[in-house]
Design a protein around this ligand. Structure first.
Ligand code: ADP
Ligand code: ASP
Ligand code: MG
Length: 411
């Protein structure tokens, strides 16, 4: 008898009919003789609405109360899912983050899990009760409710799978697996039957939001097999129809580019005419770091006069205005002429373990974009990804052209 964690995302529990449909999937796994813990997200749109309520009171809200409000989305669906399961004659109960003993640090709105004391949940599951856990939420040592950041129910699910020593964690969502690119934009994208933890981590951290990055980190650390599959297809997890995120294998390593990720979450800032002398980069980036602002891509243009240079970098859109304010406050210390910023940018990233050993991968990317007349603002490479920043309006065109250029299009 296996123990499986089944997680249902926002669209999968988007209305009562969908909750009933998800309950039918759970019932099918029980029918097959498995024990099940269910993790649910809030109904789609609810988390955004709850965040909107907080902002409507004040844009500078107390994060602890924000979490108290925002965590309620998952509370509702956990209760509804338990009811839907009971309605099918199954034994089920809901569990909130605090009831399940999911302890986090105090970083409200992006809390990290520090410990899960899953004894009570495990005992109830062993007693043939289906545990329906509210995803996305936890509790601090001093008993304040926390949330795990957008998309955090994936992380709740994998963490619970690890804590319960489950055999597998199935992530039910609105697509039937992990694709070579976002299938909503690239219609020629192909479903990957398997993807390595390492590549999934890279895809997720570069924007493929099908899994939250931290859920992949955790799955990789504890070697928990994760499967991504559709709530709306007929199969259930035991039929292995989706994408299995697991250890890499040799076949995977022969692909140069495994997939293409993109994110519209960043914005670009350029400091024009910064003095070309030691210490300037520190003057720019230390105050940003102190303000808790993460900087992603950085490029410094070559100085043609030996006196001044331009420095460009990207920050998350959510931090954009704050970053501009910090740089304006530091203008005298840094010494630059003016700030130029572009908010509508997209970062496009090629991902593949095979890039480590293949030359010329980036060249094809630049050629393809040039052919389409797309200007590259910033380039960044690592061992297993190559990323470029382009104007947002070219996102679809660039993704489709690159997908074809690397031979990823499905037949
Ligand atoms: P859920 O609400 O179930 O957590 P999300 O909206 O968070 O679902 O994630 C699923 C979405 O991720 C899909 O609808 C798809 O548009 C997007 N996505 C982005 N990149 C990929 C990819 N490479 N493969 C599959 N889906 C992707
Ligand atoms: N409901 C949360 C969100 O919308 C968590 C999740 O769905 O994973 O981000
Ligand atoms: Mg999600």
């Amino acid at each position: 008898m296996s123990l499986i964690v089944m997680k249902f995302g926002g669209t999968s529990v988007g209305d009562i009919e969908r909750i009933k449909n998800a309950a039918a999937k759970v019932a099918a796994e029980i029918q097959r003789g498995h024990k099940v813990a269910v993790v649910v997200s809030a109904m789609s749109g609810v988390t955004d609405q709850l965040i909107g309520y907080c902002r409507a009171i004040t844009p500078r809200y107390d994060q602890r109360e924000h979490d108290a409000v925002v965590a309620t989305g998952e509370q509702v669906t956990s209760g509804l899912m338990a009811l839907a399961l009971q309605q099918r004659g199954l034994n089920a109960r809901s569990w909130q983050g605090w009831q399940v003993g999911l302890y986090t640090d105090k970083a409200h709105a992006k809390a990290r899990i520090v410990d899960i004391d899953a004894k009570a949940l495990r005992a109830s599951i062993d007693d043939f009760e289906i545990g329906v856990v509210a995803g996305f939420q936890g509790v601090t040592e001093d008993e304040r409710i926390t949330t795990l950041g957008r998309g955090g129910s994936d992380t709740s699910a994998v963490a619970l799978a690890v804590a319960l020593q489950a055999d597998r964690c199935d992530i039910y969502t609105d697509v039937d697996g992990v694709y070579t690119a976002d299938p909503r934009i690239v219609t020629a994208a192909r479903k990957m039957p398997r993807v390595s933890y390492e590549e999934m981590l890279e895809l997720a951290s570069l924007g493929a939001k099908v899994l939250q990055v931290r859920s992949v980190e955790m799955a990789m650390r504890y070697r928990m097999p994760v499967q991504v599959l559709s709530t709306f297809a007929n199969e259930i997890g035991s039929d292995l129809p989706g994408t299995l995120v697991t250890e890499g294998n040799e076949k995977m390593e022969t692909n140069t580019v495994t997939g293409i990720a993109h994110t519209r979450d960043e914005a670009k800032i350029t400091l024009v005419k910064v003095a070309d002398k030691p210490g300037v980069a520190a003057h720019i980036f230390v105050p940003l770091a102190r303000a808790g602002i993460n900087v992603d891509m950085i490029v410094q243009s070559a100085s043609d006069d030996g006196v001044s240079t331009d420095v460009s970098f990207t920050v998350g859109k959510a931090d954009f205005e704050r970053a501009l304010r910090v740089l304006e406050d530091e203008k005298a210390a840094i010494g630059y002429d003016r700030l130029v910023s572009v908010k509508n940018v997209t970062k496009i990233s090629l991902v593949g373990i095979g890039m480590r050993s293949h030359a010329g991968v980036a060249a094809t990317m630049f050629e393809t974009l040039a052919e389409k007349g797309i200007n590259i603002m910033v380039i960044e490479t690592s061992e297993i990804n190559t990323s470029v920043l382009i104007a947002d309006e070219y996102t679809e065109l660039a993704l489709r052209a690159l997908h074809a250029a690397y031979g990823l299009d499905g037949g």
